[in-house]
Design a protein around this ligand. Structure first.
Ligand code: TMP
Length: 210
């Protein structure tokens, strides 16, 4: 696989989706073939699973059931979207990926970490991101930003409470500490352009990306 795989991660309201879109646009302008995608979702089957995960009652799934559903969606997304794009040599920008399962279902959700590790080994396998940008912001600010975006029925995880969201932040920081070569933590409480500039700099360090 000759393409480049970059993921965006972070809690709610950290600005991931907007920065991922912005980066995709600027890379396309410089002539790069970019596939911008998201999780859960990114293939027809995975988008159907997304609706089960992000809407409805907070307690409708256990953390382990969420891990299984996310990995069912991820398997479809990898087979139908991500791996074909990487094989073509495209640059794949993915708004959330495997680290969200570790953080949301594992560390913050209290799910079985051995199950998540096993799913990651089996389903992600060697299709791991070369770079993961973790946007970091105080969860109180993030949740306020997320809620300020207006009414959406995709709020199941937003409703999980501040304690859950504090644990999420901790989880992403721990992931970055464990894999410093892959992960860059960027302070997203700063002005938009300063964050975008740090993202561009991190991407420019990936061989062949910029
Ligand atoms: P989004 O709001 O960034 O589009 O993501 C949808 C929600 O799904 C978000 O609240 C985080 C959650 N999620 C997980 O809990 N586990 C996962 O593996 C992924 C990819 C997302």
């Amino acid at each position: 696989m000759s393409g480049i795989f970059i993921t965006f991660e972070g809690g709610e309201g950290t600005g991931k989706s907007s920065h991922a879109r912005n980066l995709a646009e600027s890379l396309r302008k410089s002539g790069r073939s970019v596939v911008l995608t998201r999780e859960p979702g990114g293939s027809p089957g995975a988008e159907e699973v997304r609706a089960l995960l992000v809407t409805g009652e907070v307690g409708r799934w256990s953390a382990d059931a969420e891990a299984l559903l996310n990995y069912a969606a991820r398997d479809s997304h990898l087979r139908e979207t991500i791996r074909p794009a990487l094989t073509r040599g495209d640059l794949v920008l993915c708004d959330r990926f495997m680290d969200s399962s570790r953080a949301y279902q594992g560390h913050a959700g209290g799910g079985d970490m051995a199950l998540i590790d096993m799913l990651e080994r089996s389903i992600v396998g060697r299709t791991r991101p070369q770079l993961t940008i973790i946007l970091d912001v105080d969860p109180e600010i993030g949740l306020r930003r997320a809620r300020g975006r207006g009414a959406s029925d995709e709020d199941r995880f937003e409703k999980k409470g501040l304690d859950f969201h504090r644990k999420l932040r901790e989880a992403f920081i721990q992931i970055a500490a464990k894999e410093p070569a892959r992960c860059r933590v960027i302070d997203s409480s700063r002005p938009y352009e300063a964050v975008a500039e740090d993202i561009r700099r991190a991407v420019a360090e990936v061989p062949g990306a910029a």
